[in-house]
Design a protein around this ligand. Structure first.
Ligand code: URA
Length: 203
């Protein structure tokens, strides 16, 4: 059994949060175990809960088109969420839910060892760019402990607001270059507090 499959079984048995009892399916994530790029969204929605797969609704179809715009498809990357169960009525994830789910996301990152983590929206951004505002840092990258973190608007937000749509599409185009130049990207020091933004990648 692969390390990811084993992890999915463990995640499927997690009932730490009340919302776990409401789920049709847990949505651990999907993609290549050796993916260089990992996308982290917010939480499963109705479609994801029905299918047990991340980003399969309208926002997911848009994410697929964004991936295609840089010649990738979802089988070549890894897609996960900050929390693995659908919050009722698609409300925002609660701090306790994010905290309870954090070990699962960390374990996924440990298995996949991505070169680059792309945060989609505020909730995953908050984890890696604490205290920052998405309107200021989207489209910028920073490196911490060997991983490049790249902040982006959430595809669902971008779908409904033309200015964000332009921003996410422009930011997406930067991904291949950042990945290619990953080795040259300087480490941020110290990791979390002094988040050294890489202006070289700003639009
Ligand atoms: N929005 C997310 O953040 N994640 C999904 O899986 C679907 C929609």
């Amino acid at each position: 059994m692969s390390a990811l499959t084993e992890l999915y079984q463990q995640i499927g048995q997690c009932f730490k949060c009340d919302i776990a009892k409401l789920r049709c399916h847990v949505v651990p994530g999907e993609g290549a175990e050796n993916a260089e790029i990992m996308f982290i969204g917010e939480a499963p929605g109705w479609h994801e809960d029905q299918q047990g797969r991340p980003f399969v609704g309208q926002a997911g179809q848009y994410l697929d088109r964004l991936l295609a715009s840089i010649n990738l498809d979802r089988r070549q990357v890894y897609i996960a969420n900050v929390i693995k169960c659908r919050p009722p009525d698609n409300r925002d994830p609660l701090p306790t839910e994010i905290q309870n789910c954090r070990p699962w996301l960390d374990a996924q990152i440990d298995v996949i060892k991505p070169k680059m983590i792309v945060t989609l929206g505020r909730y995953s951004m908050a984890r890696y760019f604490p205290g920052k505002s998405i309107s200021k840092i989207h489209g910028t990258a920073q490196k911490q402990e060997g991983i490049i973190y790249f902040a982006m608007y959430h595809p669902a937000a971008a779908l409904h607001q033309q200015s964000l749509k332009m921003a996410i599409e422009t930011d997406f185009q930067k991904i291949p270059k950042i990945l290619m130049e990953a080795a040259r990207v300087q480490e941020a020091r110290p990791p979390a507090e002094d988040a050294h933004q890489l202006n070289m990648f700003e639009g």
